[in-house]
Design a protein around this ligand. Structure first.
Ligand SMILES: *Cc1c(COP(=O)(O)O)cnc(C)c1O
Length: 227
């Protein structure tokens, strides 16, 4: 059974954490990956406007389940795609994704521009230089933002994943992202997750992506790796 009351309590607690860290408007993106469609319904009932999902098939199946449960298209949450996006999945995702947060290379810019003209995007930046992380290099960001604009996409900001388990390194990375975004004239900064959202808000996040603080720990993500 999915405990919607507990989720509502956790949403309220996360909103307090955000407000305590900074007195700005920060969008809470409820990361529902690996959790059932009831998780989406629970956060919507708790007033969240946006969800985050990582996997194409899983997301499409949940949107179908929402529709089957009577949710009209206009009543759906904003869907932020926050997983690594493969070019061959863009067509499947285009009808359900509101904001593409992981645009990190020219090929994906072109494919999104083709399948979802004018789409809202964030450019993902690997600010820490960790090898296993996706995202363009900081010095590639300007060019990619420009290309996306030329392709007709609406670049709303930059996105990054913080360094895990090292608050000082996470803060340095968030600061780099905020500086980069501002220098490119972009308002949006999607940064901060359950464990580091305060640091991200202090460093100027406009969007935080929060999963486990709302729903509890994820066991496995179905792709064999723990995230
Ligand atoms: C899973 C995920 C999150 C949420 O992580 P939590 O630690 O559960 O809050 C945020 N951003 C991205 C890109 C993710 O993959």
């Amino acid at each position: 059974m999915f405990d919607a009351t507990a989720v509502a309590d956790h949403v309220a607690a996360v909103r307090v954490r955000i407000a305590t860290a900074g007195d700005r408007e920060v969008e809470l993106i409820a990361v529902t990956k690996t959790f059932p469609v009831e998780a989406i319904q629970a956060v919507m009932a708790a007033g969240c406007r946006a969800i985050g999902e990582n996997y194409a098939q899983e997301l499409v199946a949940k949107i179908e389940a929402l529709t089957a449960a009577g949710c009209a298209e206009a009543d759906r949450p904003e869907v932020h795609f926050i997983g690594h996006v493969q070019t061959n999945k863009v067509r499947l995702l285009a009808p359900v994704v509101t904001v593409w947060e992981t645009v990190d290379r020219p090929a994906i810019v072109l494919e999104i521009a083709k399948r979802a003209p004018g789409a809202r995007i964030f450019v993902q930046v690997n600010v820490s230089g960790e090898e296993q992380k996706h995202g363009c290099r900081p010095d590639e960001t300007d060019g990619l933002v420009r290309r996306a604009g030329e392709a007709g996409l609406r670049v709303e900001g930059l996105m990054t994943i913080g360094v895990m388990g090292d608050p000082d390194a996470a803060r340095a990375g968030f600061r780099t992202l905020r500086t980069l975004a501002t220098s490119l004239g972009l308002h949006g900064c999607s940064m901060g997750m359950s464990d580091d959202l305060e640091i991200a808000v202090e460093e100027g996040a406009t969007h935080v992506r929060v999963g486990s603080a709302l729903f509890g720990p994820r066991v496995r993500d179905g792709h064999g790796d723990l995230r």
